[in-house]
Design a protein around this ligand. Structure first.
Ligand SMILES: Nc1nc2c(ncn2[C@@H]2O[C@H](COP(=O)(O)OP(=O)(O)O)[C@@H](O)[C@H]2O)c(=O)[nH]1
Ligand SMILES: [Mg+2]
Length: 421
């Protein structure tokens, strides 16, 4: 943990003081701790249901796996392949956040397909938004379905899958000199050529959808094999931005780290929870810590710290899955991680970290008392009684910063050599 020296502790930003005041409400510290615990528990229970639809063979089941960070043969993966078809909507919970469910819906390419009866049949009202996938341009059924979803007041996003195949095909053609015969500009750099192909695919898809009068259509180009590339990072960002704020945290937590922006957005959202997470450690179950002038509920802190690690993929299971996908030894990823992994967070470790934070926190509690009379009025004039709050705050803040730094390092490592990074 960096920056724990009392002199080096960062200033508490004004927004944070406001957030603390909001977390405290008008009640006393004990009440506020109970309320914060409840708020956090409620946030953990929020569900998110994402529907994935489109023609059979378009890549629905593959996408359901990919966005949950799974390979097609991993435990809990949806069956994929040319002859696999889904007859009923099937829920696939996210492996680490089971409240986030991705639904594999039946294909929409039967001759008798009717968008209204289909939506009725799949219980459209259960989903927060729809992903409509096609591995070609969007056809009549895709567009009809989008129009119906729009009518019902739900959001949908067009995803054009398998763009890796389009690029591979074009590359082959190019290498065989066929494109040259069609007067394609000779020897354009590969990235430029790829971009031109992707732009052409996107434009063609959008034009087709626009012609059918779908309001402000957007099409995201993806490859199930490389979510860090093409439009997947933009799709993630769009989903986060357009989701109602109370569901945003659930989505963000479940997102695979495909770009720096994803990690930073996740941090931004979790940052708002730091005071909320600090408060329960000062609740009724707080016990005095030997050698420290503070009382804390260490078990609550262990849970919070483990939560941060899990949110940033810093646990054995997530790292193993990532290493497999990136084709790297797990030891290589572990070697660049400075924070403890989720499994290594114990009560003893938390007490050690608290000890490091406590000295600096005394200073802060004096400052805090000036800002936040509610602490002073509740716990009396004894400054040390208010110390656990800033102490746990700084500990969580430091762990969050460290977890983010590690997640970014790991991301860089797995994306090494990736031109689209
Ligand atoms: N190259 C490539 N193949 C894909 C991609 N997405 C799906 N596929 C393949 O397309 C086939 C059909 O995919 P599947 O997910 O089963 O389609 P579904 O019928 O819509 O569920 C499978 O062989 C997948 O491996 C992709 O992004 N790139
Ligand atoms: Mg399928």
């Amino acid at each position: 943990m960096a920056g724990l020296d009392a002199k080096e502790l960062p200033k508490i930003p004004e927004e944070d003081v406001e957030a603390l005041q909001a977390a405290l409400g008008t009640g006393n510290l004990i009440e506020a701790a109970a309320k914060a615990k409840e708020t956090l528990e409620m946030a953990d229970k929020i569900t998110l249901d994402i529907a994935v639809t489109g023609e059979s063979g378009s890549g629905k089941s593959s996408f359901v796996n990919a966005i949950r960070g799974l390979g097609d043969t991993d435990e809990g993966a949806a069956a994929t392949g040319v002859i696999e078809t889904t007859m009923d909507p099937t829920a696939y919970p996210h492996p680490r956040y089971p409240n986030v469910r991705v639904w594999d819906l039946p294909g929409i390419d039967t001759p008798t397909f009717k968008p209204d009866t289909y939506l009725e049949q799949v219980k459209f009202s259960d989903y927060d938004f729809f992903i409509i996938i096609s591995s070609n341009h969007f056809k009549y059924h895709d567009i009809e379905l989008a129009q119906e979803i729009q009518k019902l007041g739900k959001k949908f996003y067009f995803v054009r899958s398998k763009v890796d195949q389009d690029l591979a095909n074009e590359k082959k053609l190019y290498e065989e000199g066929i494109l040259k015969k069609r007067n394609a500009p000779a020897e354009r750099p590969r990235q430029q050529r790829e971009r031109a192909i992707l732009d052409a695919i996107r434009e063609k898809c959008i034009k087709g959808v626009e012609a059918a009068k779908v309001a402000s259509p957007r099409v995201f180009l993806v490859s199930r094999w490389d979510l860090g590339k093409y439009d997947f990072p933009t799709l993630q960002k769009t989903l986060v931005d357009e989701l109602s704020s109370h569901k945003r945290l659930a989505l963000l937590r479940s997102l695979s780290h495909v770009s720096k922006e994803t990690v930073e957005k996740k941090k931004e959202q979790l940052q708002t929870q730091i005071w909320l997470k600090s408060l329960p450690s000062c609740g009724v179950t707080a016990i005095p810590l030997p050698g420290l002038s503070i009382a804390c509920d260490v078990a609550v802190l262990v849970t919070s710290l483990k939560g941060f690690c899990r949110d940033f993929g810093l646990d054995e299971k997530s790292l193993a899955a990532l290493a497999r996908r990136a084709n790297k030894p797990i030891a290589e990823l572990k070697a660049i991680i400075q924070s403890p992994l989720s499994e290594a967070i114990t009560q003893d470790l938390v007490i050690t970290l608290l000890t490091k934070c406590a000295a600096g926190a005394v200073q802060y509690s004096t400052t805090l008392l000036k800002f936040i009379p509610v602490i002073g009025s509740v716990v009396g004039s004894v400054v040390s009684a208010a110390v656990p709050l800033p102490t746990t705050y700084f500990m969580l803040q430091n762990l969050l910063d460290d977890a983010v730094a590690d997640a970014l390092q790991v991301l860089e490592e797995v994306m090494e050599g990736d031109v689209s990074k």
